[in-house]
Design a protein. Structure first.
Length: 310
């Protein structure tokens, strides 16, 4: 259980940072503003994760011709929550990750034997083996990861909806009505969001007594860790859908160019995933995008321009 939590924390860090990259790409493509990510706005609500995420978005969107083109436009009073509040959600997830990581670090340096034999030879029965700290951490991190995926899917939905996408074609399709674009890709993301919501229900509040009622309250931590693994796998797939959708939407803003950092990510994606075109089977493209995310290549491409993201 501890090993699974440690690995999950490492994966979650990579995915939460990737979520900032895809959020920035979507914000650009939706003609969103970067003003909501100013440092001073987050200093007055000083959650560490929120400030880090906002700083990432500002750096990722810096130098964007798309953003500059409408900076003084009145096309929208405020961006949607899924765009404007991305640091608040991804940042809260980061803070949750730090809690899970600290829990794992304490556990790694702990004695959980029963009984415990002290240096002086004393032997004491104890309850340090109880997995509740790890179960809580796994459940909490699953909730956070599920929400990062949920807000990402909302941005995908906005990119594909011509009533809310600021002039993009329906479903980002070539010849809408003839082609369905990324409609089915969003189905995949929506289904995974729904599954993650079910998996976000905590395992740690459950318990089944065993051992003649001697073991009458257990943590169900192994179940919490297992479903956390599934939530993170699903999140990687959801972010792959957003990556493909946002990259396609950016290209539809041509001749305006996105920021150098997000452009580097789009160019990386195009080495294995095609751009706008007639309908085709998108599963291989989504799988290729997900593999790039899992290997950390998306973050590396962005950081080749921005330097290390927080």
């Amino acid at each position: 259980m501890l090993g699974m939590l440690v690995l999950a924390c490492a994966d979650a860090e990579r995915l939460f940072r990737t979520a900032d990259v895809t959020a920035a790409m979507s914000a650009e493509a939706l003609l969103g503003t970067d003003r909501a990510f100013q440092a001073r706005l987050h200093e007055v609500r000083p959650h560490a994760g929120q400030a880090a995420s906002a700083a990432n978005l500002s750096r990722l969107m810096a130098g964007s011709q798309i953003v500059t083109s409408h900076r003084h436009s009145q096309h929208a009073v405020q961006d949607s929550y899924s765009v404007r509040c991305s640091p608040q959600v991804a940042g809260a997830a980061r803070d949750t990750l730090e809690f899970a990581r600290r829990t794992a670090e304490v556990e790694l340096s702990s004695t959980i034997d029963n009984p415990i034999v002290f240096e002086n030879g004393e032997v004491e029965s104890n309850g340090n083996f109880h997995g509740e700290p790890l179960a809580f951490a796994a459940d909490f991190l699953a909730i956070a990861a599920a929400e990062v995926g949920s807000i990402a899917e909302r941005r995908v939905d906005r990119l594909l909806d011509p009533h809310r996408s600021q002039g993009l074609p329906p479903f980002l399709a070539e010849e809408p009505g003839v082609n369905s674009g990324l409609m089915v890709a969003q189905y995949t993301a929506a289904a995974l969001v729904a599954e993650n919501r079910r998996l976000a229900a905590p395992a740690s509040v459950d318990s089944v007594p065993t051992s003649g009622m001697q073991e009458d309250h257990v943590s169900m931590g192994w179940g919490a860790a297992l479903k956390l693994r599934t939530v993170l796998d699903n999140l990687a797939s959801i972010l792959a859908v957003e990556l493909c959708a946002a990259a396609r939407a950016q290209e539809l803003r041509h001749p305006l160019e996105p920021a150098p950092a997000t452009s580097a990510v789009r160019k990386l994606l195009r080495t294995q995933v095609k751009g706008v075109g007639p309908d085709r089977v998108v599963a291989p493209e989504l799988a290729a995008a997900e593999a790039m995310i899992r290997r950390g290549e998306v973050i590396e491409a962005a950081e080749s321009v921005t330097g290390r993201l927080r």
